[in-house]
Design a protein around this ligand. Structure first.
Ligand code: HIF
Length: 290
């Protein structure tokens, strides 16, 4: 028996075609497993890729997607990661099917796959992440706190190396999924089609009137028209702050511009701190399913 797909000829070296097979298996599983929230695990897979990456600290070079240390406590138990076990467990059969892929590559590939499968832009991707052990777990508090405002957004995403424009583009991913009262304490979806990647988050921020929700939960905002949608305090910060608002307006007006700029910044996010062998120009563009 040979480990990890190695053969008598030597170690198994996966090619782009092998990674496309992983992509296809995730896409198929997304189509078949519809028992999550609004019918797709895609949103929570995007969140997994982001929380694996968003621990990056540019000063120390620690954290980031290289390591997938969220497999272990204490990181898996950090409050910000509540609910992500659903995403990690969803990917276990894929890891069993393709034992040669690292968890760190798998989690980011699943995020890229989900964005594409949910109708978003292509997310060029390259392999090269290594799994690290429990000692590499990042300290609690590196991921953002949704109860805060513009200064906190700039602190946290500045620590990762993003500018205002990139921060706003990224946060457009809140077009996907919803908040859960038993995870973050917040509740509800950001738009009317939480399993479709779109610029609706920005359109709604601009076009709707957002009032503070009257309830016993944490401060969140609801749309005046239907009172079924949700914005976090950090989302509302994007229309209160002038530096952010100019980009909200641009993305609300032009979906193509949003898709392009989002793709660039999501690629940057999932590559933070990774010592790649594959050059940027050789990133793979995965073919989406039909
Ligand atoms: Fe989220 N995010 N995020 N987020 N996020 C939640 C859910 C999702 C923040 C807070 C929350 C990004 C930035 C920020 C997704 C993707 C991304 C929830 C609800 C909270 C509280 C969790 C729950 O209760 O289940 C904050 C404070 C951020 C910085 C401002 C990224 C840009 C938008 C980086 C990003 O990609 C996705 C997808 C979900 C939905 C998950 C689901 O289970 O449906």
């Amino acid at each position: 028996l040979y480990l990890n797909g190695a053969s008598p000829k030597g170690p198994f070296v996966p090619t782009q075609a092998d990674y496309q097979k992983v992509y296809d298996a995730i896409a198929l599983r997304l189509q078949n497993e519809t028992d999550y929230d609004d019918g797709s695990y895609g949103p929570v897979l995007v969140r997994l890729a982001w929380h694996a990456s968003g621990t990056y600290d540019k000063e120390t070079g620690t954290g980031g997607s290289n390591g997938s240390t969220m497999r272990f406590a204490p990181e898996s138990d950090h409050g910000a990661n509540a609910g992500l076990k659903h995403a990690r467990d969803f990917l276990e059969p894929i890891k069993t099917q393709f034992p040669w892929i690292t968890y760190s590559d798998l989690w980011t590939l699943a995020g890229a796959c989900s964005i594409q499968e949910l109708g978003g832009p292509s997310i060029p991707w390259r392999p090269g992440r290594e799994d690290k052990d429990v000692a590499a777990c990042t300290p609690d508090g590196r991921l953002p706190d949704a109860a805060q405002g513009h200064r906190h957004i700039r602190d946290v995403f500045g620590r990762m190396g993003f500018d205002d424009r990139e921060m706003v583009a990224l946060i457009g991913a809140h077009a996907l999924g919803r908040a859960h009262s038993d995870r973050s304490g917040f509740d509800g979806p950001w738009d009317f089609s939480p399993t479709v990647f779109s610029n609706d988050f920005f359109k709604l921020l601009v076009d709707e009137k957002w009032n503070q929700k009257k309830w016993n939960g944490p401060t969140q905002f609801t749309d005046k028209t239907t009172q079924t949608l949700m914005m976090l305090p950090t989302d509302i910060a994007l229309i209160k702050d002038k530096g952010f608002k100019q980009h909200v307006d641009r993305y609300a007006k032009d979906s193509d511009v949003f898709f392009k700029e989002f793709s660039d910044v999501f690629v940057k996010l999932i590559e933070l701190g990774v010592p790649f062998q594959v050059k940027p120009e050789d990133r793979f563009i995965f073919k989406a399913s039909e």
